[in-house]
Design a protein around this ligand. Structure first.
Ligand SMILES: C[S@@+](CC[C@H](N)C(=O)[O-])C[C@H]1O[C@@H](n2cnc3c(N)ncnc32)[C@H](O)[C@@H]1O
Length: 145
């Protein structure tokens, strides 16, 4: 949905067991970076990358994504919880360059109008700088077209 291209820098915020990194680097050829706060998940994700043979195309950073520098990102992906959306949104507004895309699963980012929505799978795509609005304004615009 984000149109991820080979060589683009892709961040998975909270990469869990690393399966999205394997898809981003292995299938799409991106330079994938996972940031994960749980040491156990970091170990599992590292093993998964090794097993997939994409150790050079993907890496894991142990830490809190809220304190990470995401300024070189082409695509930021998160499978999140609405509790963290406001804080993350502010971080992305501060750090991401124009044209960077944000893919959010399950959670829409408050005050941003998505560029595209996969309603079936609850996937929201945004492009920086975000258009002010929300899912309702996106649906109204879509209805107008
Ligand atoms: C729902 S899982 C998503 C896993 C993966 N991104 C996916 O889509 O399959 C969320 C992950 O985020 C991690 N996490 C939660 N808060 C975090 C934070 N502030 N910094 C880094 N990782 C975090 C959790 O440990 C968990 O592994």
């Amino acid at each position: 949905m984000s149109g991820l291209r080979p060589g683009e820098i892709f961040y998975d915020l909270g990469c869990g067991d690393g399966r999205v990194l394997v898809a981003a680097a292995g299938t799409f050829g991106a330079c994938a970076v996972g940031i994960e706060i749980s040491p156990l998940h970091c170990i599992v994700a590292c093993l998964r990358l090794l097993a997939a043979g994409i150790g050079k195309k993907a890496s894991i950073r142990w830490g809190n994504f809220n304190t990470a520098d995401l300024s070189d990102a082409d695509v930021v992906y998160q499978f999140g919880h609405s509790r963290y959306a406001e804080k993350l949104k502010q971080q992305l507004e501060r750090q991401l360059r124009a044209g960077a895309r944000v893919v959010s699963i399950n959670v829409d980012l408050p005050g941003w109008q998505p560029e595209a929505v996969d309603r079936e799978n609850l996937v929201f795509l945004y492009r920086m700088p975000p258009i002010p609005g929300d899912v309702a304004s996106y649906l109204m615009r879509e209805g107008d077209q």
